[in-house]
Design a protein around this ligand. Sequence first.
Ligand code: COA
Length: 171
Amino acid sequence: MKSKIARKIARTIVLLVKYLPFNGAMRLRNAAYTALLKKAGKGFNICDAVTIVSPEKLALGDRVSIHEYSYFGGGGEITIGNYVAIANNCSLIPSSHNFESRDRYIKEQGGVDQPIVIEDDVWLGSKVTVLGNVTIGRGAIIGAGSVVTKDVPAYAVAVGVPCRVLRYRPE
Ligand SMILES: CC(C)(COP(=O)(O)OP(=O)(O)OC[C@H]1O[C@@H](n2cnc3c(N)ncnc32)[C@H](O)[C@@H]1OP(=O)(O)O)[C@@H](O)C(=O)NCCC(=O)NCCS
């Protein structure tokens, strides 16, 4: 567990370099996130303009790359395996609102945390949205613009809204 002051410094560094696209800024960002994340693997890269609402609930494996403008929401835990490629503008949303009652505002009905698991060697294309309570299996590919609402099996190529399996990668 890192000290409170170390975490404060790391958060400040993240804020200062969040939108800087240079390699030096990325190295600083990666170092700061190493102090903030639940788990930080070796050799990950977080590009500029990425937002991680609750870094203490995000576990990253080795050699993960997260590209520009991707968004990791708060709520449930997000677990990312090794060698995962997350393209630009992806959203991972590990929470939802309760909305059973029509008599109360949705905003006043509370929320629910919903974990997300992305296994090793997954590629999320540009602008993919992953909703909560979803596991994307090892080696799967999710096509650009897809909205993943259910688990995706290992080695599937899945696309669309909602995301469905198109085929499986050859053995
Ligand atoms: C998912 C993907 C890898 C599939 O590639 P592929 O196997 O060559 O697929 P094809 O181009 O042969 O398409 C097969 C079918 O799926 C459809 N399809 C492909 N990608 C799709 C997508 N992202 N969303 C919806 N449908 C898609 C095609 O229109 C085609 O439909 P049809 O059979 O009715 O004509 C690719 O389409 C993709 O989305 N790549 C992501 C690229 C990206 O985001 N790069 C970011 C930089 S890392």
